[in-house]
Design a protein around this ligand. Structure first.
Ligand code: ATP
Length: 485
């Protein structure tokens, strides 16, 4: 990461805290690593992203329904899903600093350094070799790659590494208060993905919502992973939220549906007004234990192109295994072809917190403004897509007297049922505009003395700072139109 990008990333983190978007968890106790809380504007923004996704899935597609499954699941779920045996990352420890690294992260960071000194070809080669070794799970080969490249620990500066080992990422806890001779009897896991709640409910949902294949089940909820390398703010957290959709299809049609969802999900991102060149697809060479094809939708964060969403062709792996472990039939009768089968699944899985970081990264702008008298001014503005901005409209009486607050309050009452409004009368109008810019409010309405004469107000646009006069009765309709899904 260049110094400029590093600074931008740090500026976003500070801004998020200063303006009530994201706080470190339990900060008065110095925080808890890789756990964060969302503040007043953050929780609004997060909810708006969640709602935008939910609506696009369950309202805009007639064959997708939602569920809300519990975080705790029967422990056998995670045996069947493969997470008990396979949900682990290869790790390596530096013997001097005792710091543990994910092997792929260590090598990727080295490739990044090579790029910074112009050695693009070497960096590409290194990553290609790494991908091939990861795909073969050749840990001795990966260790040799780290040794051959003389990769050193960022803290101790030495290349004194342990062997590579697997580390399971699931959190365990105890369930109930019943003592048992076998401690394993009481173990439950905090779910590391929301998908399994969908799989185990597959038939309940299909039957009660009377769905025919192809159909989807969507869910938003918390997931937990004991990430080893937990840094980079809300990019990688130990407690986070996923928005997942499992699309159940006829076996043999997975390629076309995989392509469909790849394009459909990219369209969703672009519908927020984020430029196409900020995205790239990354096809997986090492497939997860459940997949026959997988790709990441990557976004150009200030920390580089990184995954924000995964599209996975999960075959019949999950339903097949749940059928095996539970002894319950999980087949579907397809009356068009007169056959019973275990459906195949295409999954779209996006991290809500990562999408939040994407929106902040896209929106954060330090702008220099050239004023009419030739002097310069600056502002920090969050260009959050209007539809998901925490506050849509700020209503500001120019002064705190002469009946202007009353008019402003009546505008708020009129608009409040339709979109989130904010009323403020303190400080000079310029300062109030800047505060709204900093939290990403797309529209401000100012009530002044002319309003009393002809009922018009000033509507100010966040991005261009342009202003126009409109009648106060037009505000609600105009904004509703601009904010339309
Ligand atoms: P990574 O390679 O970054 O660890 P992953 O491939 O394990 O991610 P998936 O299992 O495909 O991730 O999860 C789907 C989505 O959930 C990811 O695209 C990401 O947006 C989000 N996600 C996964 N792990 C985390 C985490 N620790 N913190 C925040 N979001 C996460």
């Amino acid at each position: 990461m260049s110094i400029q990008q590093e600074n931008r990333f740090q500026a976003i983190i500070s801004h998020a805290k200063e303006y009530g978007f994201v706080f470190p968890s339990s900060e008065i106790y110095d925080g808890l690593s890789a756990v964060y809380d969302y503040g007043p504007y953050g929780s609004e923004l997060k909810k708006n992203i969640r709602d935008y996704w939910w609506k696009s899935m369950t309202q805009m597609h007639e064959n997708i329904v939602g569920i809300d499954a519990a975080i705790f699941m029967h422990p056998t779920t995670w045996k069947a899903s493969g997470h008990v045996d396979n949900f682990s990352d290869p790790m390596i420890d530096n013997k001097d600093s005792k710091k543990r690294y994910r092997v792929d992260h260590l090598l990727e960071a080295h490739a990044e350094k090579l790029r910074e000194i112009g050695e693009e070809k070497e960096a590409d080669e290194l990553l290609q070799i790494m991908d091939a070794l990861l795909a073969k799970e050749d840990y001795a080969g990966l260790k040799k790659l780290i040794d051959d490249n003389k990769i050193a620990c960022g803290i101790s500066g030495t290349a004194n590494w342990t062997d590579i080992r697997q580390f399971n990422l699931m959190f365990k806890t105890e369930f109930g208060a019943v003592a048992s001779d076998n401690p394993d009897d009481n173990i439950v896991y905090l779910r590391p993905e929301t998908a399994q709640g969908i799989f185990v409910n597959f038939l309940n949902v299909q039957k009660t919502a009377r769905l025919k294949i192809p159909f989807g089940i969507a869910q938003v909820g918390k997931a937990f992973r004991n990430e080893i390398v937990a840094r980079q703010f809300i990019f990688r957290m130990r407690e986070f939220e996923q928005m997942e959709m499992q699309f159940f299809i006829r076996p043999g049609t997975q390629k076309e549906w995989y392509e469909y969802w790849k394009e459909e999900r990219l369209k969703w991102h672009l519908s927020l007004g984020i430029p196409r060149e900020k995205y790239q697809f990354h096809n997986h060479s090492k497939l997860a234990h459940y997949a026959d094809a997988a790709l990441d939708i990557e976004y150009q964060f200030p920390i580089g192109f990184k995954e924000v969403e995964g599209i996975h062709s999960r075959t019949d792996f999950d339903l097949g295994n749940h059928q095996k472990y539970s002894g319950k039939k999980l087949t579907y009768f397809d009356n068009e072809i007169n056959q019973h089968y275990v459906p195949y699944v295409i999954e779209t899985s996006i991290g809500l917190d990562r999408m939040f970081l994407l929106i902040l990264s896209h929106s954060y702008d330090e702008e220099t403004i050239l004023k009419e008298d030739g002097s310069k001014d600056s502002r920090v503005v969050l260009r959050i897509p209007e539809k998901i901005a925490p506050i849509k409209l700020a209503v500001l009486p120019l002064v705190k007297k002469d009946g202007l607050p009353e008019i402003a309050r009546s505008i708020v009452s009129d608009c409040r049922p339709y979109f989130k409004c904010f009323y403020e009368e303190k400080d000079a109008i310029g300062r109030r505009y800047r505060r709204q810019d900093a939290i990403g409010t797309p529209f401000c309405v100012t009530v002044d003395h002319q309003t009393k004469e002809d009922g018009t107000v000033t509507l100010r646009y966040r991005d261009t700072m342009q202003q126009e006069r409109i009648h106060q009765d037009e505000i609600k309709n105009k904004l509703q139109h601009l904010l339309l899904f």
